[in-house]
Design a protein around this ligand. Structure first.
Ligand SMILES: *[C@@H]1O[C@H](CO)[C@@H](O)[C@H](O)[C@H]1NC(C)=O
Ligand SMILES: *[C@@H]1O[C@H](CO)[C@@H](O)[C@H](O)[C@H]1NC(C)=O
Ligand SMILES: *[C@@H]1O[C@H](CO)[C@@H](O)[C@H](O)[C@H]1NC(C)=O
Ligand SMILES: *[C@@H]1O[C@H](CO)[C@@H](O)[C@H](O)[C@H]1NC(C)=O
Ligand SMILES: *[C@@H]1O[C@H](CO)[C@@H](O)[C@H](O)[C@H]1NC(C)=O
Length: 567
């Protein structure tokens, strides 16, 4: 329908006077018409909602995406496409459709470099929420710094990650969506003025996790030349499912399917109403996982096939050498764990549950059976190390924040960097810890959480124009404005030249070179006046987890009993 209308409209536009603010780009699948935008003192072309895959519905649900077939006429690319089905936290159901696999291209009207270097950005949202729309991904800063930005939608939740390890539902469909979007960029971005050989793949939170998965896959060779991962690692225990078939059958049970046959399960799920799936996957009633904001549907190790993205646990792959050996920016926020404080505030019972049973603090990739001596001992040592044997309360919130920071973000990031940098041929890793607390810390503003330090997702406000921070931009203090300059200067240099410190200027307070972290894992303390710090970061705390995991590994090697935890 949209196509038909656009054909009619474009004929009318041609018949009248061609609007000078429109620009039509020919792609291999058909023409798209974008629009010139002037906003926040920058001018750029926006091409919105370009479909890169056929609707993944019916028999195509859970399957690898099928490239979009060519269309006739000119596609009206001046409005965002529908967002992928999800709960209604951010969007109304009327904005959602399973036919959601589209991408958005933003091209600076003026760029010093031609062709223009490209940032392909994978959105966040715990693998279940959000989209490529500009709610937290407003492109204006990148336009000002001469970087072409591409954002895309990928399938979420069960629709993006369900796996029963068969050909019909092999898993990692969402990663295959992003791969197809990258292939689209490779083939088409020159038409938009972009450089197909200067592509940086970037993401934050769950987006960073998916970016890292793609660095671990042979299938993304030649599709990007640099990567940026902010607050997320594929090694994080929340982002790999060791028991995907159980998770799939649990979903079926919640919808009311009795079958034990995976093929029948997939057929029924392909026929299900999409919002029955969305509702069932959102059920978080299990007390044992109540405190961990799990997305039960996550990447998996696939059975080998030509479509498989990865076939092993990410840690195994890292130990063998990362297939996409490219320069990488990787970092965390100093107090990632602030992100859990609103959950406790809204629901104090969560903290009570933990105080009653500290075993619930154990990351789910440590599968000591509940109640076993090993599990109880570990719970006690967590309590002692992080809380001095006290309980979680208003006076120990920082202790709790640190525990979440380390288990959910810091350890998994530091771990892969440690392994990777100790390999002989590893490429550069620009490691950092963001510790700026200013006027635009996105998560704290969005969730109304006044707590000192940089929370998970707080860097967003210094990287993108967001709905929450936009009205604050004119009144933000000098330090906050400087932080935007520092972050954009470093990232845009990296995107253009593969080196964040190239051409930095004293005017934006970058006095020191941000160098490769090396085996020492030296890192940049990132704020409005960044400086290098000898690594590794959070040394004493991360050492604790290194020992915990070493002990667990030897327990497993000795044949110790395991108990699957969800997911
Ligand atoms: C736009 O530019 C004008 C003039 O240089 C300046 O006063 C204003 O603050 C700028 N606005 C933004 C949003 O940068
Ligand atoms: C495009 O137009 C041609 C010629 O009119 C027609 O044969 C073809 O089916 C059309 N394709 C689509 C996708 O509408
Ligand atoms: C963000 O702001 C835009 C423009 O005001 C609005 O259309 C959109 O609905 C907002 N998004 C969300 C998720 O609130
Ligand atoms: C915490 O409690 C354990 C036993 O419950 C005890 O062995 C340990 O010494 C205590 N640690 C502190 C710091 O009080
Ligand atoms: C773009 O990438 C190519 C190869 O990856 C590199 O040789 C070239 O220097 C890059 N261009 C710029 C402007 O950095």
């Amino acid at each position: 329908m949209r196509l038909l209308i656009s054909v009619v409209v474009s004929v009318l536009v041609l018949a009248a006077t061609a609007a000078t603010s429109d620009r039509v780009v020919e792609t291999l699948t058909g023409a798209v018409r974008g629009r010139l935008v002037r906003d926040l003192n920058v001018t750029y072309y926006a091409y919105l909602g370009i479909p890169y895959a056929e609707a993944p519905t019916g028999q195509l649900r859970f399957k690898p995406p099928v490239p979009k077939k060519p269309w006739n006429g000119t596609l009206d690319a001046t409005a965002y496409g529908p967002v992928c089905p999800q709960d209604d936290t951010f969007y109304k159901r009327s904005e959602m459709s399973e036919d959601c696999l589209s991408l958005n291209v933003y091209v600076p009207a003026r760029s010093a470099l031609a062709p223009t270097p490209v940032l392909v950005y994978v959105h966040s949202g715990e693998l279940t929420m959000l989209s490529g729309r500009p709610f937290i991904l407003g492109p204006q800063f990148y336009m000002k710094y001469g970087v072409l930005l591409v954002t895309m939608n990928y399938r979420l939740g069960a629709l993006g990650f369900l796996s029963v390890q068969t050909e019909d539902a092999a898993g990692n469909a969402a990663l295959k969506d992003i791969l197809l979007a990258l292939q689209w960029v490779k083939r088409h971005i020159a038409q938009f003025g972009g450089d197909p050989d200067n592509v940086t793949l970037g993401g934050e939170s769950a987006g960073a996790v998916l970016v890292q998965y793609l660095t671990l896959s042979e299938r993304s060779t030649n599709l990007f030349q640099k990567a940026s991962m902010i607050s997320g690692s594929a090694l994080g225990y929340r982002f790999f499912n060791r028991h995907p078939i159980n998770t799939a059958f649990d979903l079926g049970k919640k919808i009311g399917y009795q079958t034990k046959d995976p093929n029948e399960l997939v057929r029924k799920l392909q026929d299900a109403d999409v919002f029955d799936i969305v509702t069932a996957q959102g059920d978080k009633t299990n007390k044992r996982n109540g405190f961990r904001p799990f997305a039960p549907f996550t990447p998996v190790a696939e059975t080998p096939s030509p479509h498989a993205v990865i076939t092993q646990h990410p840690l195994q792959i890292v130990k063998q050498g990362i297939p996409q050996n490219v320069p990488i920016i990787a970092g965390i926020m100093m107090r990632e764990g602030i992100k859990m404080l609103p959950f406790i505030r809204r629901n104090p019972i969560l903290a009570l549950n933990l105080n009653e049973d500290f075993e619930l603090c154990i990351p789910s990739d440590i599968e000591y059976p509940y109640g076993s001596r090993e599990s109880k001992d570990l719970a006690n040592s967590i309590k002692q190390f992080y809380f001095n044997n006290e309980t979680i309360s208003i006076t120990t919130l920082l202790n709790f924040v640190n525990l979440v920071t380390d288990t959910q973000f810091a350890y998994s990031t530091d771990r892969w960097i440690e392994i990777y940098k100790n390999m002989p041929n590893s490429d550069r890793v620009y490691y950092y810890v963001f510790d700026f607390d200013g006027d635009l810390n996105w998560y704290k503003l969005f969730s109304l959480t006044p707590f000192p330090g940089a929370s998970h997702a707080d860097q967003t406000g210094y990287m993108f124009v967001t709905n929450t921070t936009r009205p604050l931009l004119p009144i933000a203090g000098a330090d906050s404005k400087q932080t935007i300059q520092v972050v954009l200067q470093l990232w845009s240099n990296f995107i253009k030249y593969g080196n964040p410190s190239r051409l930095t200027s004293l005017t934006c307070n970058i006095r020191e070179e941000w160098s490769d972290c090396g085996t020492q894992r030296n890192y940049l303390a990132l704020n409005n006046r960044p400086y290098m710090v000898p690594g590794p970061p959070l040394r004493r705390r991360l050492h604790f987890w290194r020992q915990v995991y070493a002990q667990y590994d030897s327990y497993v090697a000795r044949g110790g009993g395991l108990e699957a935890k969800t997911p």
